[in-house]
Write a protein that binds this ligand. Sequence first.
Ligand code: PRP
Ligand code: URA
Length: 209
Amino acid sequence: MNKVFELNHPLIQHKLTLIRDKNTGAKEFRELIKEVSMLMAYEVTRELPLEDVEVETPICVMKGKAIAGRKLAIVPILRAGLGMVDGFLSLLPAAKVGHVGLYRDPETLNPVEYYCKLPSDVPERDLLVLDPMLATGGSARAAIRFIKNRGARNIKLISIISCPEGIAAVHSEHPDVDIFVAAIDEKLNDHAYIVPGLGDAGDRLFGTK
Ligand code: PRP
Ligand code: URA
């Protein structure tokens, strides 16, 4: 069964409050999403395995630690997931970046994939799927399904704001996927927005409202 990790580091929680504020403008919003993403990347990678490596200091040779050759890829869900990419890459500069684009069919309400480009060795990589909002969970469920269909096996989902409905939806279809969030908000409203949430993440990131 998957686990849900609520990342309650004080810096994450402080910045999240600024992100939620409706008076925070697009420039500051983007910067804060990047900073929170970087702090979340630090927490999400806490369990990466280490190996001993030899290093020569100016004084002597010693055994140091290095990440044990784990191959990572980050996969933002278009479009708002793009806002989290730079924060993750600033800590994981060697990670590959895949992209998944989805839209919701207005009649069936089913998510339709319009773009998917992943690293060719995806079955060998740990994938970190990025989307700032986990609302109904429809987008995350579908994105994870699409990348599993291309061979992905080890997947984590990282969302800044989630709610019980979205977590349950991902949980029911993908019990193997751990979920990392900065907040689990109260509920969804009638328009499937998270309450209290932060509004529309894509519009606030890209100034499209
Ligand atoms: C937002 C958000 C998630 C999705 C969450 O994207 O970035 O992808 O909604 O909602 P869900 O859990 O109910 O699927 P949106 O569809 O608004 O597209 P955008 O990123 O292009 O703005
Ligand atoms: N997508 C958003 O951007 N915000 C929400 O609250 C729900 C879905």
